[in-house]
Design a binder for this molecule. Structure first.
Ligand code: NAP
Length: 299
């Protein structure tokens, strides 16, 4: 099947390669020029409009403004092929997902919100968990295409907001887990307990989940290669706060991790893995924490 792919970043590259492996004809566009040897089997096209001329199109751009610019402002919905389904796998705001769903419906194009759980290595190994929501016929049309990308497709209903909100809630919980582990390190290292030993204890007793396993290893090794960039995580915390505000709720733990990420980005760590916030928490720098809050408030 002919599949368009827009955005070959850390996540998109592995996903596009898995679509090729599954036997699809993948025509992909990325803003920056890519070495074709990095994406064997993928046909690199000159414009997003060319990639959009397919049976199914994936978009894995970084955020709402990028999708607005590349898809909406460029008028791609108007010239789309009859029967096209557009699968947006980026982590975007709930409001924008609803706007996209309405605009696609008006243009007669299928739309599926399909944000993903899993880091770039998981995307490359075709083991993502995909949170899918959209009209049943659109979801059914893309389900077989999502199969080689994923361990499981979680079908969350017709309202795209369900998938996008669930994704934001997941990232919020991971950031809180990183913060919780870092604060536990502050206490236990304070009495001379090695962090690797402490994490062995909590993984073997109270918290044996995947997020704890993977991020405790990064905190122990103090290794912050992305992964998931802190600047994108800050975007997600902001979107989660917006989603909470729309529901009339304050989420105080979320405010704390948003501040940590604001501080990390403010200190120039935006391209590092988001687990860098553990370093900041362990450092325990109160003034810098406040400057993180101020930096984020000024955005
Ligand atoms: P990334 O490596 O930074 O890639 C971002 C992609 O968006 C690149 O292709 C970039 O093009 C493109 N882009 C950004 N702004 C653009 C613009 N204005 N116009 C055109 N293209 C633009 O990010 P990623 O880690 O792949 O993340 C992509 C999405 O997946 C994000 O929404 C993120 O929140 C979500 N996500 C990430 C992870 C993770 O662990 N990394 C996991 C789950 C979900 P260039 O190459 O030209 O910069």
């Amino acid at each position: 099947m002919q599949i368009g792919f827009i955005g070959l970043g850390s996540m998109g590259t592995g996903m596009a390669l898995n679509l090729v492996k599954a036997g699809h004809d993948v025509r992909a566009w990325n803003r920056s020029k890519l070495d074709p040897d990095m994406v064997p089997g993928v046909t690199l096209v000159e414009s997003a409009a060319e990639a959009f001329q397919a049976h199914t199109v994936f978009t894995m751009l970084s955020d709402d403004p990028a999708i607005r610019e590349v898809i909406l402002d460029a008028g791609l919905l108007k010239g789309a092929r009859l029967g096209l389904t557009h699968v947006v796998t980026s982590t975007i705001s709930v409001a924008f997902a609803r706007e996209l769903a309405a605009l696609h419906e008006a243009a007669g194009i299928g739309y599926v919100s399909a944000p993903v759980l899993g880091r770039p290595n998981v995307a490359a190994s075709g083991q993502l968990n995909i949170l899918a929501a959209g009209k049943p016929d659109a979801v059914a049309a893309v389900e077989p295409i999502l199969a080689p990308l994923s361990k499981k497709v979680w079908k969350l209903g017709e309202d795209p907001a369900r998938a996008n909100t669930a994704k934001l809630a997941c990232n919020m919980m991971i950031a809180m887990a990183i913060e919780a582990m870092a604060e536990a390190v502050v206490l236990t290292e304070g009495v001379g307990l090695d962090r690797a030993n402490f994490f062995e204890l909590i993984l073997g007793t109270l918290f044996s989940g995947r997020a704890y396993e993977s991020y405790s290893a990064q905190i122990t090794e103090r290794s912050f290669e992305p992964g998931f960039k802190a600047k994108l995580a800050l975007k997600d915390m902001r979107l989660a706060i917006e989603a909470g505000n729309d529901l009339g709720h304050m989420l105080p733990m979320l405010e704390i991790v948003r501040e940590r990420l604001g501080q990390a980005v403010g200190e120039g760590h935006g391209e590092k893995d988001w687990s860098i916030i553990a370093e900041i928490a362990v450092r325990g720098d109160r003034e810098a924490a406040l400057s993180g809050r101020n930096a984020e408030n000024m955005r």
